[in-house]
Design a protein around this ligand. Sequence first.
Ligand SMILES: Nc1ncnc2c1ncn2[C@@H]1O[C@H](COP(=O)(O)OP(=O)(O)OP(=O)(O)O)[C@@H](O)[C@H]1O
Length: 261
Amino acid sequence: MSDPILQTHGLCKEFKGFAAVSDINLEVARGSIHALIGPNGAGKTTVFNLLTKFLAPTSGQVIFDGIDITAAQPAEVATKGLIRSFQISAVFPNMSALDNIRVALLRIHGGAHRFWRSKQELNAFTDTAMALLEKVGLADFSHVLAGELAYGRKRALEIATTLALKPKLMLLDEPTQGMGIEDVECVTALIRSAAVGRTILMVEHNLKVVSTLADKITVLARGQFLSEGDYATVSADPRVMEAYLGIRPVISASQQEAQHV
Ligand SMILES: Nc1ncnc2c1ncn2[C@@H]1O[C@H](COP(=O)(O)OP(=O)(O)OP(=O)(O)O)[C@@H](O)[C@H]1O
């Protein structure tokens, strides 16, 4: 029996009458890695913004962990465990990798407003922070300023900072964007290890990463649901090919006959 951690029912978002997202019924199984893909302008970012409450839906419902969060505030949603990975810019560049994590830990313990006051308060989180850095392969970089880390390592730090917030459902927004092959492989492995004991919903353009990681893929196009299933299923779906390539796949005469039966 499926155990969804996240469901959307008829989710719609209009901008001045333009439907960026229409009637999206998403179901993310607890403990899975679920990918949201689609060509540019498909509505993926809008869906993420609706889930994290940065946008209010025009209509529809969002249920997280059995609770209707449609009208919740962004901070409330994060407290419940639905957390979007920080954008690169949100990692404090002038703080060390270790301090970035310690500040994130302080934040979930309610001390964010006074982190500049007491080094002692931060020191209480050193062991946990080091364990998180270890988990993402950054133990040797703990004292390097975040701004000086190579791009792939910054993304790893971003994931560690998100893990510090103890997400039940972690939203990853194009985690391998702009990376070379080596970094892509590292971050793919990192996402797999971060997924142990939690659920991940990711928007990702790199289909190799999607095929490697995702248990289930939802394909959007022009703001609408297009296809869903595992990678083999969606990659064989002619509607997906058409949406990505802009061409109708050539189908055999026997398939054409079957379609007209
Ligand atoms: N604030 C906004 N005002 C008006 N239109 C918007 C707004 N945000 C998004 N859109 C439109 O909604 C549609 C979906 O955009 P969205 O950014 O969600 O797509 P996407 O799948 O994330 O695209 P990409 O892969 O290029 O990031 C696009 O046509 C976009 O121009």
